[in-house]
Design a protein around this ligand. Structure first.
Ligand code: PHE
Length: 354
């Protein structure tokens, strides 16, 4: 084989090495160069037929150079390809930890906002603050004493049936419960005022309450109330009626009024149900208000002396009133929400309307 052929073989092989994309292709070129039919091997075999020793040695060196050049090109290319392959593998296997900015990518310009019940609670708080009430909060887990007994509802009292109570499996049976109304906060605030000698009290207490009710269009087992508590000297039923009417007009608007109808609560005497003009028909009479023009919102009354006795306040010196009504019911009336269960379904098509 002539020298030219070997050079040609080298040029061709180097081109193949340079264009190889995978390590396996290089392996093939290398093993071909060592195969029996390889021009390099043939050239080596032909060395024996060169009789001139100097010429033979020279030819041998040339063959070796060509072989070295090819092998070193293969090994360089192999390193480069191995690095590329490793990099590609790393990229493919990597976790993408970059943040996806969903506001730009998926939901253009959606920003959350407070739930309609939270908004209602905030507006109610504002109304009471503007009337000079402080806003207080209290525990949702209560003892029987605060939720019932101190409120003049001793064990076995038939009025306990009004409150389908969720009891907790803590302490003695039926002694720890989820509060069924915000009225236990009357007792907490009265006790604190006695301890700190800090009467009078003008407080509004919003919070979550629990009753074993089956959810329906007007009831949820977990719901919200605002309790009102005013204790001072010379407080009368007229003050109570005035506060309720002022609150009603401030929250629902000047064409919605309140009325009080006799009722019974063990912790107030006299007691009343507090109704407002039906916000659906504005008092005309409709299905929602059973054609009466009025909707019940809550209960109220003058603090029963038995409650003052339970916390050690002299009912000859102090008098007061309390009221409690549903925040969810207020939201329902104000926004004409037909079914209260929508409040807890978390359907954004509902929530985003408010
Ligand atoms: N706590 C009573 C209820 O939830 C409402 C109420 C509060 C009545 C304060 C009178 C005074 O049914």
């Amino acid at each position: 084989m002539s020298e030219l052929d070997l050079e040609g073989y080298l040029t061709e092989s180097l081109a193949a090495v340079a264009s190889a994309e995978r390590v396996a292709e290089l392996d093939a070129i290398e093993s071909q160069s060592k195969a029996k039919n390889s021009p390099l091997i043939a050239a080596r075999r032909a060395l024996g037929s060169i009789s001139d020793e100097t010429q033979r040695k020279e030819r041998g060196r040339d063959i070796q150079h060509i072989s070295d050049a090819l092998l070193s090109a293969i090994s360089l290319r192999r390193e480069a390809l191995a690095a590329n392959e490793r990099e590609a593998w790393l990229l493919e296997d990597a976790l993408d930890l970059t943040e996806v900015v969903t506001s730009k990518v998926v939901f253009p310009s959606t920003r959350g906002h407070a739930h309609v019940v939270a908004q209602t609670r905030a507006s109610l708080e504002e109304v009471f603050v503007s009337m000079g009430f402080s806003i207080e909060e209290g525990p949702e887990v209560e003892t029987d004493w605060y939720n019932f007994e101190a409120l003049n509802l001793p064990p076995g009292h038939p009025a306990r049936d009004m409150y389908d109570t969720m009891y907790l499996d803590l302490g003695n049976a039926e002694t720890v419960l989820m509060r069924t109304h915000t009225s236990p906060m009357q007792i907490h605030l009265l006790e604190a005022a006695v301890a700190k000698n800090a009467l009078p009290i003008h407080a509004a207490i919003p919070g979550r309450c629990y009753r074993l009710d089956t959810p329906d269009a007007r009831h949820l087992p977990v719901f919200h109330q605002v309790e009102g508590l005013v204790v001072d000297k010379g407080i009368t039923f007229g003050d109570l009626a005035g506060v309720i009417e002022t609150f009603t007009a401030a929250y629902f608007g000047p064409d919605i009024h309140s009325r009080l109808r006799p009722a019974y609560f063990p912790f107030t005497e006299p007691s009343a149900e507090f109704e407002i003009t039906c916000t659906i028909c504005r008092g005309e009479g409709c299905r929602t208000c059973s054609k009466t023009g009025w909707i019940e919102l809550g209960g109220c009354g003058m603090i029963d002396p038995a409650v003052f006795d339970a916390v050690g306040i002299d009912s000859a010196e102090w008098s007061g009133f309390a009221f409690g009504f549903g925040i969810d019911r207020c939201a329902q009336m104000r926004h004409s929400i037909a079914d209260m269960r929508a409040l807890i379904e978390n359907d954004v098509r509902f929530s985003r309307q408010f």
